[in-house]
Design a protein around this ligand. Structure first.
Ligand code: AMP
Length: 581
């Protein structure tokens, strides 16, 4: 196939993972040599040394705020080698949906290259087990606005930077995964219009579509929730060959109209299929009969959408995509047959230099009032091949794009090894979500509690569309607040039981103990109106975030006042738990 062969991609992955330790030393040497001129590295006195020991001895572990002054100078137009040998000419805006505001991180061609390498690697493994034919991909991908920094650098989300690159299109063609929609749809300035056109183009090419994908699974679920509402309009467009008047962007109208010809047979068949579906179960294989799987990041904060995604995907396998961030890629999914819940990611030892901070839960008695980001005891970072199976670590990356010993804030668990490189399970973001005193509940704990309580809704055929949380310390004692958006009306009794169940499902000893002695008040469930989480998405889009990278903020602090305001302004009902009465 194409210009690259699957076997050679797998062979080079095998080769680099066979002696991952050696490849890491070599990768660090390349990074430090290429960037030896960088003021940042010089200031730490590396003096040309490129070995891991000197690197660790001289250069400190950092987080984004430590690098902000350097990044700011680059953004303001300082073209001297600040963080990298070759000047940085564009920036990425990390999604920032977890923190509330996007962060700037350097972007360069090396990141495009490693993105392509990771895409090719996981595709090679995927295609070995689930081969796709030459065709198209129904991809729900969206670009974000491009802004200019004060110094004239372009800044946009990392996914947009990638979609804009020539290499992306070329690679996608080789991976037989060309997007159904024209560029005018992907790069359109209005997300709602782009989404409608993605669905329409997907239907026009329904027989050619080999897979349905997005960067993060949230976009696929969101797309099909929208499909449920607009499918008749889509059918009408296909029947008459005239694009709905809701598409007002001239370039998007022109590009999609070009593809749209009157096709009453196709419209009839879509109509018939949709009318026969039961609550949209299996809509994807029904309308895209040649699709082989659904693909996108489905782990971490995307897990809550899996149930709905499975519903839409029917009998099609769900395959979770790779692990990385705007700051750099880390690991590929080379076990595509594993369900997303048990997926692991094998680190590519030649795309960056990776360190792992061992995390151990602090013994309960030492837990006095802690800063909200330190639920773990840390020890010295270890190298890629020194990690131990079963242990949890915080990821630290050193990239080809000017980040050195950068703490990513993600917690991963080592599930095993592929040759000599670790296979990681994504656990959660490091930042602690819910904490009032000695309690500590992470994003994962919240997810499990919501899953448990949502089971009570299933009997009523209701589901949680999306959720978030907040620590309310304006009351004394403080208490947890959980926000739920439901897809229909639930009775008071069932919601009241859900609220009790949520409270009981936080099983962390610190929480249970505090609840029993009333050091934490009854958990509060606030049910918000339908469409509230859409408003939150729209709010992030207005800040320059991209739908492609959107992650629902699962815990909203006071610093995220706008999102908190959206949530609170849309509350319909409140329930207080009686679980510990
Ligand atoms: P962004 O700021 O948009 O670049 O998002 C990067 C973050 O998304 C990472 O630091 C992770 O927390 C999360 N993420 C990326 N890939 C995965 C994955 N495969 N599974 C779970 N979370 C992921």
């Amino acid at each position: 196939m194409g210009v690259f062969s699957l076997e050679s991609v797998i062979e080079s992955f095998e080769a680099s993972t066979r002696d991952a330790g050696k490849v890491q030393i070599e990768t660090l040497r390349r990074i430090l040599e290429e960037n030896a001129e960088a003021e940042y590295l010089q200031s730490w006195g590396l003096a040309g040394r490129t070995d891991p020991d000197s690197f660790k001895a001289c250069v400190p572990l950092v987080t984004h705020p430590d690098l902000e002054p350097y990044i700011r100078r680059i953004a303001d137009g300082d073209a001297s080698p600040v963080l990298t040998g070759k000047p940085i000419t564009s920036m990425s805006l990390s999604s920032g949906t977890t923190q509330g505001r996007p962060k700037l991180v350097p972007f360069n061609d090396e990141l495009v290259k490693s993105t392509m390498q990771i895409y090719q690697t996981s595709y090679a493994f995927r295609n070995r087990e689930f081969p796709i034919a030459n065709g198209k991909a129904l991809q729900f991908i969206y670009s974000s606005k491009q802004i200019m920094t004060r110094g004239g650098l372009t800044a946009t989300t990392a996914t947009t930077n990638v979609y804009r690159s020539e290499q992306f299109k070329c690679t996608m063609k080789n991976l037989q995964s060309q997007c159904c929609s024209p560029d005018e749809v992907i790069f359109g300035s209005d997300f709602h219009q782009s989404l409608y056109c993605h669905l329409l183009c997907g239907l026009i090419f329904s027989n050619e579509v080999q897979l349905v994908s997005s960067t993060f699974a949230h976009s696929i679920v969101h797309a099909f929730r929208t499909f449920e509402e607009v499918w008749e309009e889509l059918c009408a467009d296909i029947r008459g060959g005239v694009l709905s008047s809701r598409i007002t962007i001239p370039s998007m109208r022109a590009a999609v109209s070009e593809l749209l010809k009157p096709n009453p047979e196709l419209a009839d068949s879509i109509d018939k299929k949709c009318s026969h579906l039961s609550n949209w179960y299996g809509v994807i294989p029904e309308l895209w009969p040649n699709a082989k799987y659904v693909y996108g990041i489905m782990t971490g904060s995307m897990e809550p959408y899996l149930k709905k995604l499975r519903h839409y995907a029917g009998n099609l396998p769900l395959m979770t995509a790779d692990y990385g961030s705007s700051e750099g890629w880390i690991a590929a999914n080379v076990n595509p047959a594993l369900p997303p819940e048990s997926a692991t990611f094998a680190v590519l030892p030649d795309i960056g230099y990776f360190e792992f901070i061992p995390l151990e839960e602090k013994p309960e008695q030492t837990l006095e009032k802690r800063p909200s980001t330190a639920p773990y005891a840390e020890s010295e970072p270890v190298g890629l091949t020194e990690v131990e199976v079963g242990k949890e670590y915080e990821m630290v990356i050193t990239s080809f794009a000017g980040l050195y010993r950068y703490r990513l804030g993600d917690v991963v668990k080592v599930a095993g090894f592929y040759n000599s490189t670790p296979e990681l399970k994504f656990v959660c973001r490091r930042s602690l979500l819910l904490t009032i005193n000695i309690d500590k509940n992470t994003e994962k704990d919240l997810q499990l509690a919501v899953e448990e309580a949502a089971k009570l809704l299933a009997a009523e055929k209701l589901e949680v569309v999306d959720f978030s949380s907040h620590v309310d310390v304006s009351t004394d004692p403080g208490h947890y607040v959980i926000f739920w958006e439901l897809n229909g009306d639930a009775g008071e009794d069932v919601l009241s039981s859900c609220c009790d169940c949520l409270d009981r499902s936080f099983i962390d000893a610190g929480y249970v103990g505090s609840r029993k002695v009333r050091a934490i008040g009854p958990l509060e469930l606030r049910v918000v109106q339908r469409g509230t989480f859409q408003k939150i998405l729209d709010h992030f889009l207005s800040l320059g975030a991209a739908v492609s990278q959107f992650k629902t903020p699962r815990c909203v602090g006071l610093s995220n006042s706008k999102v908190l305001q959206i949530l609170n302004n849309n509350v319909m009902d409140r329930y207080f738990s009686a679980a510990y009465d």
